[in-house]
Design a protein around this ligand. Sequence first.
Ligand SMILES: *Cc1c(COP(=O)(O)O)cnc(C)c1O
Length: 471
Amino acid sequence: MKYISTRGQTEPMDFSDVLLMGLAPDGGLMLPESYPQIDSATLNEWRKLSYPQLAFEIMRLFATDIDEADLKDIINRTYTKEVFGSDEIVPVRQLKDDLYILGLSNGPTLAFKDVAMQFLGNAFEYVLKKKGKRLTIIGATSGDTGSAAEYALRGKDNIEVFMMSPHGKMSEFQRAQMYSLTDANIHNIAIKGMFDDCQDIVKALQQDADFKAKYSLGTVNSINWGRILAQIVYYFKGYFAATENNDEKVSFCVPSGNFGNICAGHIAREMGLPIERLIVATNENDVLNDFFNQGVYTPRPADKTYVTSSPSMDISKASNFERFVYLLLDKDSKRVNELFDGVKAGKGFELSDVLDAVNNRYGFAAGKSTHQDRLNTIKAVYENYNDLIDPHTADGVKVAQELQKEGEVIICAETALPVKFSETIFEAVGEIEIERPEHTKGLESLEQHVTVLDNDASLVANEIKAVVAPI
Ligand SMILES: *Cc1c(COP(=O)(O)O)cnc(C)c1O
């Protein structure tokens, strides 16, 4: 299996090279040349498999340059009961006849990003060792991504992590989660500024080609192909849990921001998984809702991004969206170039001529949810089903119920656990006791380790130089 770029100007590459990449050299996103096709007999075989077995069968089709025994070992070390709380890894529960919740948030940081990031951490370590390389991961986070990355990369050989977060802007739980880590390769930096300032520092350091090469800089953001790959697996698992045979179809509803999670669902569908519809749920930051309903994509400038009570979906541009548009335009990389160069320059684009294909051929639909919807949904689900869901998952459940057709079975992705967002939960249902996984008990009272810096990229560069030896 070779990988190509959406911009068409990068030589086809192997999986393990793509794994360590952010953007392709031509500015595009890497994708497999084609998607393996899974027939019904194979689906029947896969139905019986455990999560790690299923992950192996799927990933071996894409990670063809990794020795199969090694791949199996990486997967078996990643998807364990110790890390994800149960042998099912992503347990499915039923709210009512035609509505299920896919529990993606039982990993170390209680958000769905762990499912992919834990795999990435182990895969990185393996590939770096093979290639005799090391990596300095720099990142910016307003919460979930940074902690998922740190918990996946802590203690890994040949990897140093420098994670920037806006000083004083994260929740108490999120701060405790990140800053309480004591692993020598994890470096938390709180920047006196906003999330966008942190992201600008990452960009500035990445764009300094000399510095980047000398300190072997890399990222783990949501455009990484390894993350998408790991996420494909749970669409299969969710489908099997909610059906008895392959004649049945289900729909998935996914609380979305950067379009990474649902992009994996789209690929699962292209591989032949019997998915009826893929429903994109957005919050007040509704650029994707506009696209899937009107065919118009209008990314917002960062300062027009709303701060909401489902903060991990507060995006102004959906960074994985280019992968979908590339397929939508029948791999016309010239057109993708034009459209996304425009996006970079702050322009939007219109593809209403292909909206029929989006809905009919690819089965997409979208809806939006607001703060009040979130509160109402958390309350209704709590009262009607005795089940507590987090604000992001609530966006999904709201949209799923609004768009559900007669006879349609919908599986909603649970993208975080409620304990991470207790303020909104209390606002919805009052000050109840929120269940907390054992390993997070007492987290807030642990000693915290963080370096506070002024908003200045050179100060961060100095932190890196103090730890990492130049090549
Ligand atoms: C990251 C995140 C999302 C958005 O996922 P995308 O892959 O960016 O669409 C939704 N909910 C939670 C809790 C997240 O952490």
